[in-house]
Design a protein around this ligand. Sequence first.
Ligand SMILES: *Cc1c(COP(=O)(O)O)cnc(C)c1O
Length: 388
Amino acid sequence: MKVPLLDLKPQYRSLKKELDEALIKVAESQYFILGPEVDEMEKEFAQFLGAKYALGVSSGTDALLLSLMALGIGEGDEVIVPTYSFFATAGVVARLNAKPVLADCEPVTMNIDPNDIEHRITKKTKAIIPVHLYGQSADMDAIMKIARKHNLYVIEDGAQAISAQYKDGRAVGTIGDFGCYSFFPSKNLGCFGDGGLIVTNNDKIEHIARIMRVHGGEPKYYHHVIGGNFRIDALQAAVLRVKLPHLNSWSQKRRENAAVYKNAFIAHGLAEETGKVKFDSKNKVLLPKAVFENSGHTNHHIYNQYIIRVEKRDELRAFLAKNEIASEIYYPVPFHLQKCFDYLGYKKGDFPNAEFAADKSLALPIFPELTDEQIEFVVEKIAEFVKK
Ligand SMILES: *Cc1c(COP(=O)(O)O)cnc(C)c1O
């Protein structure tokens, strides 16, 4: 049985008529960049997320970059980011000649550990970028408390977590000063190319971000600030407007798939429960835990990725590939061990939880249209490998 990591075709087939019509409508309007389709998309996303403002931008990376620029962060500033995330989280900080200051992740969720933030704050620290990794919120109460105490901005990297809810029901991304999302096709809400979104509840920084999205001229061609081209196009907005009403039902399917995985791993004797952080004879596979499961809110985890941890991870991945089961490693090298960040002066052993995650994590297929039979097959093959 072939099990792909992600298959976008069934989703397209189920919405083909609406999507095709939306694309043709844009073609007929010949209005391609920003414009009415993007205005409508921004209104719908702001409402859906419960944010005052939403700004469509060119990618998730640019959402982060533009947020930092709008907050005036640059040379001489420090920004605290988790060492374990997708490269963009730290890359954007370094691109502005600011210094990424790294923090470890906590072992259950692999999100930034709030206990590893405060002692890294200096006079130069301007912001914290928590990442809602794999589709579940970071510990925002603790992070916001630290930020308020030290007068720091918070930019939420919600690229993997649009529509996920914090324990109080707020959408991730709407808690800090800026929230950033990605619509890269493989994310839980994907467009037909690159796209991203920024949300904020703050009038002043929204205004700066809005003008910096188009080079920073205000009025047009008169510049007090230097922005860039961070525009989203109307075709992407049209696609996203068709898909947004289905997002919650897709998240529900992802959660159901996660439950099928969990039960199968337990039934095969590979794990006792979710959220274990150490291997032993009854927990050869460490299962992801939805830590806000009992919050009473539906989207406590939207499983952009389903991440297990196993001891012989690379061998298992090769074994699965031989059995036509795709899997992926997010992320094999934390930032503190990346060549390009040598100049930051970190070394192996500095962030043990992140190193453990980087060495042992494996992403299994979790997309909404995956069948129970496919999941059972994946777990059977993992059991076969582990028990060898
Ligand atoms: C995907 C991703 C980004 C970047 O988004 P793009 O749209 O690909 O630029 C940033 N941060 C995280 C955590 C991501 O997963």
